[in-house]
Design a protein around this ligand. Structure first.
Ligand SMILES: Cc1cc2nc3c(=O)[nH]c(=O)nc-3n(C[C@H](O)[C@H](O)[C@H](O)COP(=O)(O)O)c2cc1C
Length: 163
């Protein structure tokens, strides 16, 4: 097949779609949809999330120094879309969608009860890459639905119907 030049923006696809949850120092909690996300170290285990500084969540993540990456199944698509299209700046979107949170075990950020895998992270560094600030998070604890993990703690990702 002959190749032609295409747009650079968003050239790398597909992207994972996750919900990142956070809590500011005054206790305010928020969740936003994130597609700029990936593994960035195996040893120590680390992930990165890219947050545009104008997002309401950006300040909360920056000041607390931590976040939770929540993997999302198709049954949560409607809530994912709402959290990705509406800002907490304009109203309590978590209450509107009845988002169920519980405290992290290791970090001061909530996790989403209705997501199958939730990854608690402490920010080790960040890089402003252009439109996004990439937060590099050391994985502190991984929660997974018990029906997804084997005796060694390995997650069977094929059983999650990702959005
Ligand atoms: C599919 C999808 C992917 C998104 N990916 C990102 C992302 O990687 N980084 C980001 O900062 N915002 C991303 N957004 C936009 C935010 O989720 C959105 O602006 C949200 O309303 C921000 O909420 P907040 O202002 O309450 O923090 C994405 C939205 C959607 C629908």
């Amino acid at each position: 097949m002959t190749k032609k030049e295409a747009n650079k923006k968003g050239a790398l696809q597909p992207l994972p779609k996750v919900l990142v949850s956070c809590r500011g120092l005054d206790g305010e909690e928020n969740v936003l949809a994130v597609a700029y996300c990936g593994n960035c170290s195996y040893d120590p285990p680390m992930v990165m999330v890219g947050i545009v500084p104008s997002r309401y969540s950006h300040k909360l993540i920056k000041e607390s120094g931590c976040f939770v990456v929540n993997l999302v199944g198709k049954e949560y698509q409607d809530t994912f879309d709402y959290l990705g299209k509406n800002s907490k700046r304009d109203g309590d979107k978590l209450a509107f969608k009845n988002v169920q949170l519980e405290n992290g075990k290791k970090v001061n950020a909530p996790l989403l009860k209705d997501c199958p895998v939730c990854i608690e992270c402490t920010i080790m560094d960040s890089v402003i890459t252009g439109s996004h600030e990439m937060f590099i998070g050391k994985i502190e604890y991984v929660h997974a639905n018990e029906n997804l993990i084997d005796n060694e703690g390995n997650i069977d990702f094929s059983r999650i119907n990702f959005i």
